[in-house]
Design a binder for this molecule. Structure first.
Ligand code: 173
Length: 498
């Protein structure tokens, strides 16, 4: 790094596409040649040309994004802070309102279920972050179906089984977990909390829960690993880069650092159109993430689309042997949606599949993971592939209750992925929120397993659920008007009076 000390006017003289310098974290960079490579587009950088970009950079980039992407000769030196005019940032009405809502959040002990986190997150998140996180694709039929599907499965509880002791701990890919739940990958955590995904890491460490690290996390892979406690276990979610060398390096680095499972996302050759996100036109302002190298970006298509151009749509079954060659980590295909592909996955020799529709963010009107589970286990059984301790099936999407998890496990899942609820928990309350979410799940597991008559995970059997309506997508019931008029709806956590 150069030891040159530069001044504000030095930097301000380079404020064009032809010569573009910016300041980040007290250092000056020449990003002229990088403009067209920036995964979030050049427009956002040009907005800060000749100026300090730290504030816009900080929430969505890992600290080492610039230093690793920009050749050393473009690191021009340090800025003499006394020569840079302090920009007093105007606090908008929206920000004031959000801060007021943050101050009036329900006390954490009043949060008693996963839905509570969601309602708080909606109130306290910047509009763009909420739009990005909460969005499903197209008409959002699938995102809603992910919830509804669980309500079409009913319990068949067993009684008089001495349930004084119940144990819901399990192993996922041979890794011990205090819950049959892992924290599923979600991207861009710093849009919602300054510590981003580290909130998940720290909470997971305290409760022995496995975190799946997202390729597009705001925090870098190493930051997250370094924040882990001794012995803490991680999985990695992988978006496969058009440049396979980048992917190979990333995967092998993860393996070296001890990651216990490689979850390759297979349901996103192109990113779904998330209209709430798109309407925010976020790309103009602050798109970006810890992405591997991207090319030109499409404009006005939302945060996710802006930074996903590196994802390779040519990925195919032919690539699976290559993955097996470059890593010894168990390989899991995340985003299987049919029995046919589940059978193929088994025959290609991967160690597991996640039945998932990407949280309702990809193909709209794709079925819920829970529904797919039945046809998948049937097809695998018919071929003698199930049960097989070397092939695990997971489900994600729409899980809000331990009772949901118990249904999936009874139907053959080994564990369940939970994404948004943990994300909303840390956006609302940081690490403490995630710990509370885990505690709530634990309480729900204890109660539901007792009431269901299952003392261990292995006692959760298909006979404990009635899933006969699961595949019927039009279980219409006439509106029960009188009941509805008299029914007192459940309420969500209340904000303090301001
Ligand atoms: O669902 C997503 O938003 C997602 O997977 C993603 C993909 C590319 C960039 C950011 C997020």
């Amino acid at each position: 790094m150069s030891t040159t000390l530069l001044t504000g006017p030095d930097v301000a003289a380079h404020s064009t596409r032809e010569s573009c310098w910016i300041i980040v974290h007290g250092k000056v960079y020449d990003v002229t040649d990088f403009l067209d490579e920036h995964p979030g587009g050049s427009k956002i950088i040009l907005k800060y040309a000749g100026k300090d970009a730290t504030e816009a950079y900080e929430p969505i980039h890992p600290p080492d994004a610039i230093t690793t992407n920009l050749p050393l000769e473009k690191h021009l030196g340090a800025i003499d802070a006394s020569t840079v005019a302090k920009v007093v940032k105007e606090v908008t009405e929206e920000e004031k309102h959000r801060q007021a809502m943050m101050d009036a959040r329900p006390p954490l002990e009043n949060i008693i279920n996963m839905h509570d986190f969601e309602i708080v997150a909606k109130a306290v998140l910047p509009e763009k972050a909420w739009a990005y996180y909460s969005s499903g694709s197209d008409d959002e039929i699938t995102i809603r179906e992910n919830r509804t599907a669980y309500q079409r499965v009913w319990f068949r509880p067993r009684i008089l089984r001495d349930v004084s002791k119940v144990d819901w701990s399990c192993e996922i890919l041979g890794v011990k977990s205090s819950l049959p739940v892992y924290i599923s990958a979600t991207a861009l955590g710093k849009l919602g909390h300054p510590d981003g995904e580290l909130c998940l890491t720290r909470a997971a460490a305290n409760h022995n829960v496995i975190q799946m690290i997202a390729t597009l996390a705001s925090c870098s892979f190493d930051e997250i690993m370094n924040a882990g406690a001794p012995g803490q276990q991680f999985f990695l979610q992988l978006y496969v880069n058009g440049d396979r060398e980048i992917t190979k390096k990333y995967v092998q680095h993860a393996e070296k650092r001890g990651v216990k499972g490689l979850f390759i996302t297979v349901d996103a050759p192109q990113l779904g159109r998330r209209e709430k996100d798109m309407r925010m036109k976020a790309v103009d302002d602050d798109a970006g993430a810890e992405v591997q190298k991207g090319q030109n970006v499409k404009k006005d298509e939302g945060v996710a689309r802006a930074i996903s151009s590196f994802i390779d749509p040519s990925l195919s079954w032919k690539d699976i042997p290559w993955f097996k060659q470059i890593t010894k980590m168990p390989i899991i295909l995340k985003g299987i949606a049919t029995a046919e592909d589940a059978v193929l996955a088994y025959e290609y020799g991967v160690q597991g599949i996640v039945l998932s529709n990407h949280g309702g963010r990809q193909l709209d009107t794709a079925r819920s993971g829970l529904e797919i589970l039945i046809e998948v286990t049937d097809a695998l059984k018919a071929r003698g592939y199930f049960p097989d301790p070397k092939f695990e099936i997971y489900v994600d999407g729409g899980v809000r209750r331990a009772s949901d998890v118990l249904k999936a496990i009874a139907l053959g899942a080994k564990a369940v992925g939970v994404g948004r609820p943990f994300l909303y928990a840390f956006c609302s309350y940081g690490q403490a929120g995630v710990e509370r979410a885990i505690q709530i799940l634990r309480d729900e597991f204890e109660m539901n397993m007792r009431l269901l008559g299952a003392r261990t995970i292995s006692e959760l059997v298909p006979e404990m659920v009635d899933a006969s309506s699961l595949r019927a997508h039009t279980v219409m019931t006439p509106a029960d008007n009188l009941f509805n008029i008299t029914y007192q709806p459940l309420t969500v956590a209340k904000f303090k009076e301001s």
